[in-house]
Ligand binder design. Structure first.
Ligand code: FPP
Length: 249
């Protein structure tokens, strides 16, 4: 039976959901088409999930759109992905505004092709006053890159005497990551049957619930998203405590 929005407890929503959109290539192969066909259809799922998250009142949605490792893919595929990014942002900016969605990004976006970089910055600028869902695109992102940068930044601060090594704690590290202004995701979804994290938000998912589905990303619809949230809501999150301690509040 398809998961229905009425089965979601609006008082127990995760405030941040992170997604690894996987399976575009296999989906395309299954349909006898080139990989790019899968990515194009993946954009429909991006739209569906963003709309579902906004409608539910989820505050943050992070999508892994391009990893630092993805540069090793065939040039034609990279070009197609970067082109899709430009096309999608330009096309969807008015819908983002209609739905009060603010676009931001994490990752080293300065290394994106100039056209993609420009479209992204325009999208960010045009949606900056929206107050509903924050849609975070992870672009040229990897967690080890992010953590390495943070360590470097803090090392410089120590060297210049602005902080003492003893000041370094979990809060300071979190506050110096790309995700400084974003709460940690409570739920991480990966599609396509793969059960890996792939260098995604390693620090931030310390206590996240992980949800894996066999559905390929281009087939992922609102109902699959609801299913993941309902599954999340039926779990007990203990943060290292025991059940009895949680029921005492
Ligand atoms: C993984 O599938 C998907 C990606 C690396 C890219 C995701 C990009 C999109 C959905 C389209 C563009 C996004 C935006 C936000 C405009 P895969 O190619 O690794 O699939 P496979 O494992 O089956 O080969």
């Amino acid at each position: 039976m398809a998961a229905d929005i009425s089965n979601i407890d609006k008082n127990k929503l995760p405030s941040h959901i992170a997604v690894i959109m996987d399976g575009n290539g296999r989906w395309a192969k299954m349909h006898g088409k080139p990989r790019v066909f899968g990515h194009k259809n993946g954009v429909k799922s991006v739209r569906e999930v963003s709309e579902a998250a906004a409608e539910l009142g989820i505050k943050y949605l992070t999508l892994y759109a391009f990893s630092t490792e993805n540069w090793s893919r065939p040039a034609i595929e990279i070009a197609a992905l970067m082109g899709l990014l430009v096309e999608t942002i330009r096309k969807e900016v008015s819908t983002l505004n209609e739905n009060n969605i603010k676009l931001i990004s994490i990752g080293d976006i300065s290394k994106l092709p100039a056209k993609s970089y420009k479209a992204l910055l325009e999208g960010i600028e045009k949606t900056k006053n929206n107050t509903g869902l924050t849609l975070i695109l992870a672009l040229n992102y990897s967690s080890r890159w992010e953590i390495t940068n943070t360590v470097k930044k803090l090392a410089h601060e120590v060297k210049e005497g602005r902080i003492d090594p003893e000041d370094i704690n979990e809060h300071l590290i979190s506050a110096n990551l790309n995700t400084a202004t974003i709460p940690d995701p409570e739920l991480l979804i990966r599609t396509s049957g793969e059960q890996r994290i792939s260098n995604y938000l390693l620090w931030q998912i310390a206590y996240s619930e992980l949800y894996f589905t066999n559905v390929y990303w281009p087939d992922f619809r609102k109902t699959h998203f609801y299913e993941a949230i309902i599954n999340f809501q039926n779990r007990e999150r203990r943060f290292g405590k025991i059940s009895e301690q949680l029921s005492k509040g």
